[in-house]
Design a protein around this ligand. Sequence first.
Ligand code: 4AD
Ligand code: MG
Length: 417
Amino acid sequence: MVALQGWVNAKRVVGGIVFLEIIPENLVQPVTAVFKKSENRDLWKEAKKVKIGTAVRIEGEYSRVRLSKRGEEFKPTKFEVITPPVDILPIDLTGKTPVLFDTKLKYRYLMLRLPKERAIFKIRARLLKHVRDFLEKNDFLEVHTPKIVGAGAEGGATLFELDYFGRKAFLAQSPQLYKQMLITSIPRVYEITPYFRAEQHHTTRHLNECWGIDVEMGFISSVEDILKLLEELLSSTIEYIRETCKEELEILGVDLKLPRRPFPRLTYDNVIQLLEERGIKVTWGEDLSDREERVLGSIMKEKGYDLYFIVRYPWETKPFYIMRRDGYSESFDLDYKGLEISSGGQREHRYTELLRNIRDKGLDPMDFEFYLEAFKYGMPPHGGFGLGVERLLMKMLDMENIRETIIFTRDIHRLIP
Ligand code: 4AD
Ligand code: MG
């Protein structure tokens, strides 16, 4: 005997038979319970009057008959209504009528009854579990840093301001400054954390609240140590998802490929040249635009690479904490199929240089005093990265819109639910 709890998703009455598609609480795929009048009249009557959306419990056996690609036949011996719906469901969960994207985001919590939606978030959870395991195995310690902060790290334009008992405060854009401060005592730290970004634009790649995997490592010899770590982390994550989420990938119709290694390390100057060969002129010293990133993605795809680093950006394009070298910086971006999914680099750990960087960026050292002080007491060379969870998932699962990868969206138009 098997007991299932879940929701009635569809009902079909054919002569003396009622087919109920039931979405069980913990399975990805629905099951179809078949109630035959000839076998049990009372059960059949109950099933016939049940409303779509009802939370139910059934007991019975799988009859090992595959009814369709989507379900397995279940022979019920007991049927119990747990909670009937108060209203008609606002969306059609049978897949017969397409759900508008906006409606889907509004009713994400209901959409999650569907195998496709559940698959995305199961993969998301597995991915984060694996990232934690990988980092723990490599001696990184998970830390938590404040999300209400007094100074930004990634530039003022995307800071959400708030009133903190009469003082000006911000929502954290990144744990950047704090994870660096910790390097002076714990040389390997990581945090899986929300980023709050007041991005004004409405694109398929930006959220105003997104999640990052932030890693920082001390006693490094060069930025290459960080590139190696990130390459290893991504390759093992993709391999893990391929192996442990086969059913979910199949439901989503995704053929997740192992990345070709080593990931190329293109310099910023290489990239400009590659783009120029395609007739795209980039002004030296400017960050790549979305279109340029996309064109580079197709150039790299032709060469057989989905994942590639862009290293040695001009210092102008990067934040103050990045180490400077001859007008360039020890920074990098990691792009996946034409989209930046991570930024990182070696940081400036020398107190005097760091102070100079802050001034050269036109910032006030007084605003960063708490941060700067941590560099006075034996700060080792260090580096790290921030890896966007939603962007990574979006590219792994070949999705067009970043909003597909987070349950409740925060964007310029969405504050509720
Ligand atoms: O490139 P970002 O701004 O870099 C940092 O935050 C640095 N502190 C990282 C470091 O360690 N040097 O953000 C890191 C990643 C981006 O590459 C992107 O994947 C994601 O976070 N991200 C966003 N994703 C969605 N919407 C947004 N508005 C995002 N902002 C950043
Ligand atoms: Mg970046």
